[in-house]
Ligand binder design. Structure first.
Ligand SMILES: Cc1ncc(COP(=O)(O)O)c(C=O)c1O
Length: 380
């Protein structure tokens, strides 16, 4: 029995093999492997793709979040507000700087940040005089679905807090803000992307990007990813580490970027097929895309109270699945010191017990998608 993998990264390499090999040969020939021509060109092409003035590449998505938090002035003891239903990096990047991730629950209907809870939390902080310790609101465009940026930006204005978007799973997704089409990652002060290999735009190793429309922030972000240097070497303006994208990853990402929209469309087609096929199956499906938004299905995540049995059944039928994410981050041992217990964020906790990710990537074949559907239907 041929196994159906959750992702098969070798297929995209095959599709783009000649172009990738050519790009690598050219990159090797330059002899410039740190902040060389491909890094600069990729930053400029990614900023054009998003229609955002400044893009600064980093060593990873986590690195992107770290320098974003530093750039907006996060100091030890300061807080960021995010959701517990995300990859741990959203919170970990702040915690590694001495920051405190504070969580608000998700809305059970659509998995988005509960904005009433967000407002309540910030109102309380204002009343108690602690609002100045809050440095950013961090919405996550999870699974390639956009957050409700229109309303998050209203809260941001109301409390004078910048928004840092975690767009690590949402390259090419867009939403509508004030009647304008806005790419995920470009609505707030800073947007953060990851090029982890399985992402919609994936490298052959680690990589990331921060984007912003603010020239002063862009300059600061550029320094923060490169030992505090601007354009001149050996002059360090701020304390910072090494958080750079390498030239070889940039060369490969430049080959892939022109294909991102078509890869995303293929993801959407497979998702539409699954949605249609599962319409009569007792499964919680991904949320409907709100009008004026465009999801890019980084992951196709269903929900079921029988999640574990379903996953065992699918494995027996050769269909690989995964759980994104089995433990909401407020209950992770690493965040024990925050003092959260089970029941603190019931929607996020229920979600974590029910979610299951089915195979979906641009190169998944029609026959494989049909096998996945048949195996799911067979369970029910
Ligand atoms: C939502 C989210 N945030 C942050 C990250 C961190 O990115 P990276 O793995 O490139 O550090 C990831 C991906 O791994 C992610 O999915």
């Amino acid at each position: 029995m041929e196994k159906i993998r959750l992702f098969d990264l070798t297929r995209q390499v095959q599709t783009l093999k000649d172009d990738l090999e050519e790009a690598l040969r050219a990159a090797f020939a330059t002899g410039q492997f740190i902040l060389g021509p491909n890094v600069g060109a990729f930053e400029s092409e990614f900023s054009d793709f998003l229609g955002c003035p400044y893009a600064i590449s980093t060593g990873s998505g986590t690195g992107a979040l770290q320098i974003a938090y530093q750039a907006i002035g996060l100091e030890p003891g300061d807080r960021i507000v995010t959701v517990p239903t995300t990859y741990i990096a959203t919170a970990m990047a702040a915690a590694t700087l001495g920051g405190i991730p504070e969580f608000v629950d998700i809305n059970p209907e659509n998995g988005r940040m509960d904005l009433n809870m967000l407002r309540e939390r910030l109102s309380n902080a204002k009343r108690q005089g602690t609002l100045r310790r809050y440095k950013a609101i961090v919405p996550v465009h999870l699974y390639g679905f956009t957050e409700d940026m229109e309303h998050i930006l209203q809260v941001s204005d109301e409390f004078g807090l910048p928004v840092i978007e975690d767009a690590c799973q949402a390259h090419g997704a867009w939403m509508t803000v004030k009647n304008q089409k806005v790419m995920a990652g470009t609505a707030g002060k800073i947007g953060c992307f990851s090029f982890y290999p399985t992402k919609n735009l994936g490298a052959f190793g680690d990589g990331g990007m921060v984007v912003t429309g603010d020239p002063a922030l862009a300059e600061r972000l550029g320094m923060l990813r490169n030992y505090g240097q601007k354009n001149e070497r050996h002059r360090h303006f701020v304390v910072a580490g090494n958080n750079r994208l390498d030239e070889i990853q940039a060369a490969c990402l430049r080959v892939k970027l022109p294909h991102l929209d078509s890869f995303n469309l293929r993801r959407r087609e497979i998702a539409a097929y699954y949605n249609e096929q599962f319409a009569d199956v007792p499964l919680g499906l991904p949320p409907e895309e709100p009008e004026g938004t465009h999801a890019v299905y980084h992951l196709y995540v269903v929900q079921s109270p029988e999640r574990d049995a379903l996953s065992v059944h699918l494995a027996r039928q050769g269909v690989e699945t995964a759980i994104h994410y089995p433990t909401p981050i407020h209950l992770q041992p690493a965040f024990k010191s925050l003092g959260h217990h089970e029941g603190a964020f019931p929607n996020a906790e229920r979600f974590a017990k029910r979610v299951l990710t089915l195979p979906l990537y641009p190169e998944l074949t029609v026959a494989e998608a049909e096998t996945v559907v048949a195996a799911v239907k067979d369970f029910f």
